[in-house]
Design a protein. Structure first.
Length: 310
């Protein structure tokens, strides 16, 4: 049984920042990188809204720099995942994918949230070449261009409105005959001149030589009046939700209806003393790298203060 003072689960901006702060506080943090080292941020290419990089920075390079900085300050960074977690009492008992047993005095959960995709092979083919799940992250690259947003809820409407301020035209691809969004959001998108809503429409594929150039769509799929058509677009944005990576902690930590971990106000503390949650795993609202990094710092500071009181 390995004894660990601070165990960090996840390696996006939240996890790495927590490791930097915990390392500098001499908490000897151990970080497990999980299935996606670098987190959701690595699904994009150039990041232009992370402070300190006026010309933008490659997302993978940014994560590599964070990882190296955490190592410099003493964090023990490990590949692999935590597959079992018993948070019923301190010290907490966890197990990694190799069967190694860990006894942790404190835990910082930074496992993130995964964007939902349609499941089309073309989404993977064009990821980083026109396919995105974050308008705030990547919308800037589509100024004066034509884009499409998939989804009909509040998030899709918010993404479409944001993109409408940048793009020449925005298509909303909605599989139902109506928008599920709140009335105020429905009103905003329907009244926006450069947003066109395609109801009863599904995406069946994307096409393009060196990136997305268009989408194959079908209207009234499976019905007698089924219609196949294409639209020319430069960007394809998914806005059908995110799934927090919290299965490991269900039944132990307090979560909202969507599975995001609930933390105390102005804190990263969960309902279990000694367990903290940082980044997208506890953030259904912003989902930004800089916000995740901030909460990673908060979590490490709170862990340090908690351990000093023990």
């Amino acid at each position: 049984m390995e004894k660990v003072k601070t165990l960090i689960i996840g390696s996006g901006p939240a996890g790495y920042t927590a490791a930097i702060y915990a390392g500098r506080a001499n908490l000897q943090p151990v970080l497990y990188s999980g299935l996606q080292p670098g987190g959701q941020l690595t699904t994009t290419t150039i990041v232009e809204n992370f402070p300190g990089f006026h010309e933008g920075v490659d997302a993978n390079q940014l994560m590599t720099e964070m990882r190296q900085q955490a190592e410099v300050y003493g964090a023990d960074l490990r590949d692999g995942s935590i597959v079992k977690a018993d948070l019923s009492c301190r010290p907490f008992h966890l197990e990694d994918e190799r069967g190694n047993q860990i006894e942790a005095e404190t835990v910082i959960i930074a496992t993130g949230a995964s964007a939902k995709y349609l499941g089309l092979p073309d989404e993977e083919k064009y990821r980083g070449q026109g396919v995105s799940a974050c308008a705030t992250c990547d919308g800037f690259f589509y100024r004066k261009r034509v884009v499409a947003v998939v989804g009909g809820g509040d998030t899709a409407c918010e993404e479409a409105m944001y993109l409408s301020g940048l793009a020449k035209k925005v298509y909303m691809i909605v599989r139902k005959s109506y928008l599920r969004a709140a009335e105020i959001m429905r009103k905003r998108v329907t009244e926006k001149d450069n947003i066109e809503i395609l109801y009863n429409t599904n995406t069946v594929g994307l096409f393009g030589e060196n990136g997305v150039e268009g989408a194959h769509l079908v209207r009234f799929k499976g019905e007698e009046n089924e219609e196949n058509f294409d639209v020319a677009i430069d960007g394809f944005f998914l806005a059908i939700g995110h799934t927090p990576n919290t299965d490991l902690f269900k039944g132990q930590l307090e979560m909202d209806d969507h599975g995001f971990i609930i933390t105390k106000p102005k804190s990263t503390a969960t309902n279990i003393e000694g367990v903290y949650a940082a980044g997208d795993v506890a953030d259904p609202t912003y989902r930004q790298g800089v916000v995740a990094a901030g909460t990673g710092a908060m979590a490490a500071i709170e862990v340090d203060r908690f351990l000093q009181k023990q």
